[in-house]
Ligand binder design. Structure first.
Ligand code: ATP
Length: 248
């Protein structure tokens, strides 16, 4: 078998809740001169180990707040682990928080160039792909392409974001709930794009609460509960564990 494209070993990250919480007077006196209180530390993910091989499609399943998006951010390199390690052997196309990636004062056209070049598309590639990107994003975006993105609806921004990122040739795709946004027609286009990208041999990590999306795209599933990896098996096994926990 080939080398894993993603290799997580005893992966853990620590967050602090209420980091900006004002210290109460009593705490200031107790901790004066000593170590500062560390706030409410918690581990949204801990002791997570798995290998992902090129071309695999894996669904990440779990209740709200169990560390799914944190896992994607660790793969994307946006977060750095506090424990263990994560090796990612390839560039990552992040279909995450797509509407948040734009500069609101720039037009759609300018954002395509900005976001595209930040993700490594060359000016020449952008020139060739521009019409396709805009056409994929739909009529509404096409008409408003020279308007600042500030005036776009959140759906328009997501459509344009998906359109840009899905043009990247990167081998790893991270998808977090973006399939759930957009109207039926756009969702159909997204499904067709995902299927094409998977057929090309890309590796997919999909976070979703939607069982039919998960079973449509993924053979394998990771079930997270309380930041721990409880099941690494088929997507049916992971969904089974998730549904059994929800019934309890
Ligand atoms: N930057 C942060 N600082 C502190 N806590 C955070 C931060 N980001 C997320 N959290 C918390 O970490 C936990 C895991 O969050 P995460 O977004 O990974 O969950 P999730 O499984 O993706 O949830 P959802 O299904 O709601 O999207 C949650 O309790 C969340 O409130």
């Amino acid at each position: 078998m080939s080398q894993p494209i993603i290799e997580a070993r005893d992966l853990g990250i620590r967050f602090v809740r209420n980091r900006r919480r004002q210290l109460r007077l009593r705490e200031m006196i107790i901790h004066r001169g000593g170590r500062q209180p560390r706030g409410d530390e918690f581990w949204p993910l801990r002791h997570v180990t798995y290998d992902l091989y090129p071309g695999e499609a894996i669904g990440v399943i779990g209740r709200n707040g169990t560390g799914k998006s944190t896992m994607l951010r660790l793969i994307a390199g946006v977060l750095i682990p506090d424990e263990g390690s994560i090796k990612v052997r390839g560039a990552v196309a992040p279909l995450l928080e797509l509407s948040a990636g734009f500069s609101n004062d720039l037009t759609g056209r300018e954002n395509v160039h900005l976001v595209g070049s930040l993700h490594g598309l060359t000016p020449n590639e952008l020139k060739h792909k521009f019409d396709e990107i805009i056409a994929f994003a739909g009529d509404q975006v096409e008409k408003a392409i020279d308007t600042p993105v500030r005036h776009y609806s959140s759906g328009m921004k997501v459509r344009l974001g998906f359109s840009i990122i899905s043009q990247l040739a990167h081998p790893i795709l991270l998808v977090d709930e973006v399939l759930a946004v957009g109207d039926a027609e756009f969702r159909k286009k997204c499904y067709a794009t995902m299927e094409r990208l998977l057929a090309e041999g890309r590796t997919l990590v999909l976070v979703s609460h939607n069982e039919s999306d998960l079973t449509r795209f993924c053979k394998r599933g990771l079930y997270l509960d309380g930041g721990l990896l409880k099941v690494d098996g088929t997507v049916t096994e992971a969904l089974g564990a998730y549904n059994a926990a929800a019934r309890r």
